[in-house]
Design a protein. Structure first.
Length: 476
């Protein structure tokens, strides 16, 4: 949560009250933004009315030179050339008279009065927007500016105070493989793939995320690889049947049948209404996060891959298609920092880790922590085909690998994560739901199976406490 300087807040409050009480205050201009970026220290919020026609607005220069007077006439002249410039950031939203006026007009005068009281009491921070309106400054400022995103969706949460996110590992609905054969032989019954009790938990998430471990197309040329997976576009309907809302397309099987099928995959996910990120026709597309708005909070989901030592899946370039690569940290760190400036919460689905190994490689652990340092809140990994360790790092949480969830391998200890986020303060709790994935289906563990999976997870996660109920907390 970013806290502004008290002097800046006092100046912002003065702008707010002027904006609400006076109809002639212009929208932001280059001059006013330059001055409010480093406002002068102010002893108190002015309670008296200001006559805009006769009283000039004054500020001090950052170099403590002579005070310069900016009259309303001069400001209005600039406003005619530019109104609330599009480069105004979320961090600077409080300096926009137009935004402050929007808050008053749409959320009531009581909002401005409460902000005034918070400023006067020295208790102002960005959280006040949510406490007063039920929406964060990121959501409110997007509303005000009419911002739209190519990849986004608003979600009606089951609980107004909690955002429930679910995560599971690799899912593969490739034609001719055991999972799809089971689905077809059962008369296309999703309960043949997922036990009923587990299915209920999955569908109880506001958003459930997984990794799409196959190419979605009926075209293309099989690549020279040991394992290739391709499924018909209509297979994506199964995601809706089992409650999966979002999938990562950044993995080492999305390009199994070449460029033609890769592009089909991107198009099919959109056509069949499965939210996704991590693959694109260029780096701009591949690195673009999916944006969710849930319970008044704006959440960014980024997806990236560093799964191949012998790279056969292209990483996206400036003018070339591929996945969002994490072989070099620079692009993902830049994307995380940007998302952190624009959203309440940043999630990374990472395709990484040594296959069929319980060990988290040092390079992976270091990379995950760098992403938390850059501003990520949750990092959930897949690709290893089995569970790997979990840890809390600073204010974030990393599950290095969730392994298979619906795949062809026999007898895999797996599970899903349920992360409940308090919408008011963004604190979160983490619960692991133990499961077994076997060849063509996955089921919720009970009794001895549950104990066995949890014991294994404890053995590979020495830095966390895992209760018998699957609740995960940090070791202090």
């Amino acid at each position: 949560m970013k806290i502004r300087s008290f002097a800046a807040i006092l100046f912002a409050a003065a702008l707010l009250f002027t904006a609400c009480e006076t109809q002639t205050v212009p929208d932001d201009t280059e001059t006013t933004r330059a001055e409010t970026a480093a406002p002068p220290e102010t002893e108190a919020v002015a309670d008296t009315d200001t006559d805009d026609e006769t009283e000039p607005v004054t500020t001090e220069a950052a170099t403590d030179t002579e005070t310069e007077e900016i009259t309303e006439t001069e400001t209005e002249t600039e406003t005619e050339a530019e109104t609330d410039a599009p480069d105004l950031s979320y961090a600077d939203a409080y300096t926009s008279p137009g935004f402050l006026r929007y808050l008053s007009d749409n959320y009531g005068q009581s909002v401005t009065e409460s902000i005034k009281a918070a400023v006067s009491g020295g208790a102002y921070d960005d959280g006040i927007y949510y406490s007063l309106t039920g929406k964060s400054v990121y959501v409110l400022f997007d509303e005000y500016k009419g911002a739209t995103y190519k990849k986004s969706r608003a979600v009606d949460a089951a609980d107004g105070g909690v955002i429930r996110l679910g995560f599971c590992g690799d899912i593969m609905f490739a034609d001719g493989q055991t999972v799809m054969n089971n689905y077809i032989n059962s008369g296309k019954d999703a309960s043949a793939l997922v036990s009923a009790d587990l299915l209920s938990i999955m569908k109880n998430c506001d958003v459930l995320m997984a990794n799409n471990e196959f190419t979605v197309s009926s075209r293309g040329t099989k690549q020279n690889k040991s394992f290739t997976f391709r499924g018909a576009p209509e297979n994506l309907n199964i995601y809706h049947e089992i409650g999966v809302d979002f999938v990562s397309a950044a993995n080492n099987h999305v390009y199994d049948y070449g460029l033609e099928a890769f592009l089909d995959t991107i198009d099919a996910l959109e056509e069949y209404g499965v939210d996704s990120a991590g693959a694109g026709r260029n780096i701009k597309e591949a690195s673009e996060p999916f944006i969710y708005v849930i319970n008044g909070r704006k959440i960014a989901v980024l997806c990236g891959s560093r799964a191949e030592k012998n790279r056969k899946t292209p990483t996206a370039g400036e003018d070339s298609p591929g996945v969002f690569g994490m072989y070099d940290d620079a692009d993902m760190i830049e994307a995380v920092k940007k998302a952190d400036r624009e959203c309440d919460l940043v999630i990374i689905l990472a395709h990484w880790g040594k296959e069929f190994s319980p060990t988290v490689e040092d390079v992976i652990r270091e990379q995950g922590r760098r992403y938390i340092d850059a501003g990520a809140d949750l990092i959930i990994g897949a690709h290893a085909h089995q569970l790997q360790g979990m840890e809390f790092y600073k204010d974030g949480f990393i599950a290095y690998n969730l392994g298979n969830f619906l795949f062809a391998d026999p007898g895999i200890k797996t599970g899903m994560l349920q992360i409940d986020i308090d919408a008011a303060d963004l604190t979160f709790s983490v619960d692991f739901i133990p499961c077994i994935q076997d060849t063509d289906r996955v089921w919720l563990c009970k009794g001895g199976e549950k104990t066995e999976v949890l014991s294994y997870l404890r053995s590979v996660s020495p830095d966390v406490r895992i209760g018998d109920d699957g609740h995960i907390t940090a070791k202090n």
